[in-house]
Design a protein around this ligand. Sequence first.
Ligand code: SF4
Length: 330
Amino acid sequence: MLHPLELTHPAPRYEDPLDLIEEIEALKRQHDAVILAHFYVDGEIQEIADHTGDSLKLARDAVAVPQQTIVFAGVHFMAESAKILSPQKRVLLPDLQAGCSLADSCPPDKLAAFQAQLRAEGRDFQTVAYINTTAAVKSLCDWIVTSGNAREIIERVPADKEILFVPDQHLGRYLSEVTGRPMILWPGSCMVHEVFSVQDLLRAKRNNPGSIVMAHPECPRTVLEHADFIGGTEKMRKHVASLTTPHVFLVATEVNMIHPLQKLAPQHTYLPVPGIMASDGKTCACNKCPHMALNTLQKVRDCLKLGRPEIAWQPYFEQARSVLQNSLLK
Ligand code: SF4
C-alpha cells in the first residue's frame, strides 16, 4: 500500500538524460525559449543552458536575450530579478520551491521594522542589499549588490550616510573591511557557505602542499582568513583562467562551481572544501545547495512543455525595478 505522501508526491520516474536533452532542445525551438543557468545548478543543466553565470551576469543576460520566454535554472529570487528587469517576458522557474536560506533570513516586515527603528533613533543611512533577497526586500532598499559589483556600488553610497547591509553578515563584514566603510550588519547567512569546516580546510591544505585556497566572500571570516584568493564566482573563473601553469585549487563555495571552472581551465585540479578526506587524498563534498538541487532536467523539460511555474508580476516589483536598474544596469 502506498504511503499518503507518495500519492500526492510520486517519485519521479527515471528518464534517459539524452532523451530529455533532445526533448528540451525541441521545446526550446518550439516556444522560442532561452535557458539561463546559475553556476550552482548541476553540470548537466549548465551544459544545456544558453547562458551560464553568476546572479549579475544572468540578470543582464535576461534583459539582453531576444527570446520572450526565459527558463531560469536557479532559485526564486534570481527568476524574480529577471522578471522585474524584463516585465514583458515570461519567466519560468523549474521548481517554485527553489528558495534561498539567505533570502529567507531577511523577511521584509522585519527589515521595515528595523529601518523604522533606526530612523526613529535619528540614524541617517542607506540600505544596501545583496541580490540574494526577495523582491519585497529589494523594494525597501536603496542599492542592490552582487559579489561581482559590491565594491563599486558601495563607493556610490554618499560618504555622509551610514550603510545598513542586508542580509549576509559575512559578505557585509568582508566588504566593510575592503572598502573601509563601517556597516550595520543584518545577521543573515547562507546555509551552504556556513558549513565549511576550518579543520577540514587546514587538513586539505596540508595534504595538498602548494594548493591555492579560493573562497567566496559569503564564507565566515574564519574560512576567509585561510584563503589565498577571495572572490565571487565570475572572479574565480577569471582567476583560474589567468594561470596557465597547473595548480591545485581548494574551492570554498557551492560544489557545482567546479563544473564551470573545470571547463574553462582544465589544466588545474579542483577539490571542494570541506571534504571528508579519504586515505587516497580525495574529498567528498557536503556543500551542495539543496535549493539549487531542486532544478533537474525533468523539471526544465516540464516547465517548457507546460509554460509553468511562471513568476507572476507583483505590485512591489515596480519599486524593486528602479533599485535594480539603478544598481545593475547603470
Ligand atoms: S548557495 Fe546559499 S545563497 Fe546561494 S541559493 Fe543556496 S542558500 Fe541561497
